[in-house]
Design a protein around this ligand. Structure first.
Ligand code: ATP
Ligand code: MG
Length: 451
C-alpha cells in the first residue's frame, strides 16, 4: 500500500490533550510497553483499549503495536509465545492475562491477485507484510480503533481522524467503506458490535456499504462466524446487537432459520429479546454465560415448530425434540459452525423443556441433579415470561422446589400427585358420563417414555 503524503501526516495529542492515564492501564500491558520502549523499540497501545480508555470504559483486552519483529519480541520476554501462521503475533502471558503484541502491518493482498487461486473476489487472503506505523493505522477497520497511545511520551497519535469521530460518537470505516466491507465482510459484524457496545452512530458511508455488501457475509467461513457471533452476543449489549442485526438485514446471514421463523411468527422476537436482556444482565453481574444457551434460544422457535410436527407423527415429546434439534443444528451449520462440545448442551436444554413438564414420582429429585438442569430451568422461565405465559405455573413450581428443604419437596411432589390423581378421577367420571364405554383419562403432566 502506498500512502499519500497526507496519510503519513498524523495529528499528535499530547499528554494534556487527552484523558488516558497510566493509572487506568493494567500492569501487564504497561510492563510490555515499557520493556519494548527500554529496548529501543517503538511501543504503542492500540485498538479497543485506547478507544475504551478514552471513553472511560474498562478495556476488555490490551493490544500493543511495535516496530520490533515477532522474533525480537520473543527475545525480550520469557513468557512469550508466537502464534498465527498468516501473520505472526506475540502473546505475552501474565497468569491468565494475555497481552497481544503485533508488529506494524503493511499492505495486504486481495484474492483477485492471488496466484494460489483463492476463490472469493475482493477478499483479503494475505495480510502478512510488516509496515510502518502509518500503514498499520490505515489498514485497521474503524477510525476509533486506530488511535495509538505512545508510551515514549504519553501522547495519542491519530492518522485517520479517530479522535474527532470518538468525540462525535461516530463509527466510521477507514478508507472506502464499500471496499473495506468487501475485503473482509466480518467488519460489518464488528460495526454492529461496536455500535451496540458504545452506542455510536454509523456514518452514512458505512450504512450505504452495509446495505450494499451485507450478502458477502455468506462467504465468511462458518468457524470464523462462530467466533464473531460469540463476541457480538457476549459483549454485554446483545439486546441492542440483535436489533441492529435485524435493522441492517444481517440476521439472515447468520441465522437464516431464525429469520424465516420470525417472518411467520414475529412474536418470537419477544422471547429472543428477553433472552438477550437476560444474557446482558448476567454479564453485568459477572455471572457465567454459555454459548450453548445463546444458540438454544436463537434456534428455539424454528426447532420447536419442527418438534411439534414430529410429535404429531407419533413421536414422544423428547424424541421429537431430539430429532428436531439434530435437524435444525445441522441446518444452522451451513452458516455458523457450532463446535461439538456445545451441540450436546444445546440439545439438553431443549429436551429439558419436556423433562421439566414431567414431575411424576421421584423425577424432580433426579432432574434437579442433572448437569443442565439449571440452564433448562432458566430457559423455561424465559419462555414463560415472554411468549408462553401458560408455563408460568410450571416455572413457579420449579422455583419453589429448588428453594425448600427436602421434606417440603417431597410434600410438593405428593400434592402434585394427589392433584393430578383427583383430576384424573374427575375426568374419568366426566368421560364415563359422556361415554360410558371409556375407561381411560389423561393427566396434565404429559407422560414421557424417557426420564
Ligand atoms: P474489543 O474491545 O472487542 O477487544 P477491539 O477493537 O480491540 O475490540 P479486537 O478484535 O481486539 O477489537 O482487534 C484489535 C484491533 O485490531 C481493532 O481495534 C482494529 O484496529 C484491528 N482489527 C481487528 N479486526 C480487524 C479487521 N477485521 N479489519 C481491520 N482491522 C481489524
Ligand atoms: Mg481488543
Amino acid at each position: 500500500m502506498t500512502l499519500t503524503p497526507e496519510q503519513t501526516d498524523a495529528t499528535i495529542f499530547s499528554r494534556g490533550e487527552h484523558n488516558i492515564s497510566r493509572e487506568n492501564i493494567n500492569e501487564p500491558a504497561l510492563k510490555v510497553l515499557y520493556r519494548l520502549h527500554k529496548a529501543g523499540y517503538q511501543a504503542f497501545l492500540v485498538g479497543g483499549a485506547v478507544r475504551d480508555l478514552m471513553l472511560g470504559l474498562q478495556p476488555k483486552d490490551y493490544d500493543v503495536a511495535t516496530d520490533a519483529t515477532p522474533e525480537q519480541v520473543k527475545n525480550l520476554f520469557r513468557n512469550c509465545r508466537l502464534i498465527g501462521r498468516r501473520f505472526r503475533l506475540a502473546h505475552i502471558h501474565y497468569g491468565r492475562e494475555i497481552i497481544e503484541v503485533a508488529t506494524f502491518r503493511g499492505h495486504h493482498e486481495l484474492a483477485e491477485d492471488d496466484s494460489e487461486g483463492s476463490t472469493r473476489d475482493g477478499m483479503i487472503v494475505r495480510d502478512n507484510v510488516f509496515g510502518t506505523l502509518a500503514e498499520d493505522a490505515w489498514r485497521r477497520d474503524f477510525s476509533v480503533n486506530a488511535l495509538y497511545y505512545n508510551i515514549a511520551d504519553f501522547s495519542v497519535v491519530d492518522y485517520t481522524g479517530g479522535m474527532d469521530d470518538l468525540k462525535q460518537r461516530r463509527l466510521r470505516m477507514i478508507g472506502d467503506a464499500n471496499v473495506r466491507c468487501q475485503e473482509d465482510p466480518v467488519r460489518m459484524l464488528r460495526a454492529m458490535r461496536f455500535a451496540a457496545k458504545l452506542g455510536f452512530e454509523f456514518d452514512t458511508e458505512l450504512v450505504a456499504a452495509i446495505v450494499d455488501q451485507h450478502h458477502r457475509i455468506e462467504a465468511v467461513p462458518p468457524a470464523r462466524l462462530f467466533e464473531e457471533v460469540l463476541k457480538l452476543f457476549l459483549s454485554g449489549k446483545s439486546q441492542r446487537a440483535i436489533h441492529l442485526l435485524i435493522q441492517y438485514k444481517l440476521l439472515a446471514q447468520l441465522f437464516s432459520v431464525t429469520q424465516r421463523h420470525l417472518f411467520h411468527h414475529p412474536e418470537f422476537l419477544d422471547f429472543i429479546d428477553l433472552a438477550c436482556r437476560n444474557t446482558d444482565q448476567r454479564i453485568a453481574d459477572e455471572k457465567p454465560v454459555t454459548p450453548a444457551f445463546l444458540f438454544a434460544f436463537m434456534l428455539w422457535g424454528p426447532m420447536n415448530e419442527r418438534a411439534k410436527e414430529f410429535e404429531s407423527n407419533d413421536m414422544s415429546s423428547i424424541q421429537a425434540l431430539q430429532e428436531a434439534g439434530r435437524a435444525v443444528l445441522s441446518q444452522q451449520a451451513a452458516q455458523i459452525s457450532i463446535p461439538k462440545r456445545f451441540r450436546l448442551p444445546i440439545r439438553d436444554i431443549w429436551t429439558g423443556q419436556a423433562r421439566l413438564r414431567n414431575r411424576r414420582g421421584r423425577r424432580p429429585f433426579w432432574l434437579i441433579q442433572q448437569p443442565r438442569f439449571r440452564a433448562a430451568y432458566d430457559f423455561l422461565l424465559l419462555r414463560a415470561d415472554s411468549i408462553e405465559p401458560q408455563l408460568k405455573e410450571l416455572g413457579e413450581w420449579w422455583t419453589q422446589f429448588q428453594a425448600v428443604p427436602e421434606k417440603e419437596q417431597k410434600q410438593m411432589c405428593q400434592d402434585l400427585h394427589q392433584a393430578s390423581h383427583g383430576q384424573k378421577k374427575r375426568k374419568r367420571k366426566q368421560t364415563a358420563v359422556n361415554n360410558p364405554d371409556t375407561q381411560s383419562g389423561s393427566s396434565d403432566d404429559s407422560p414421557s417414555s424417557d426420564p
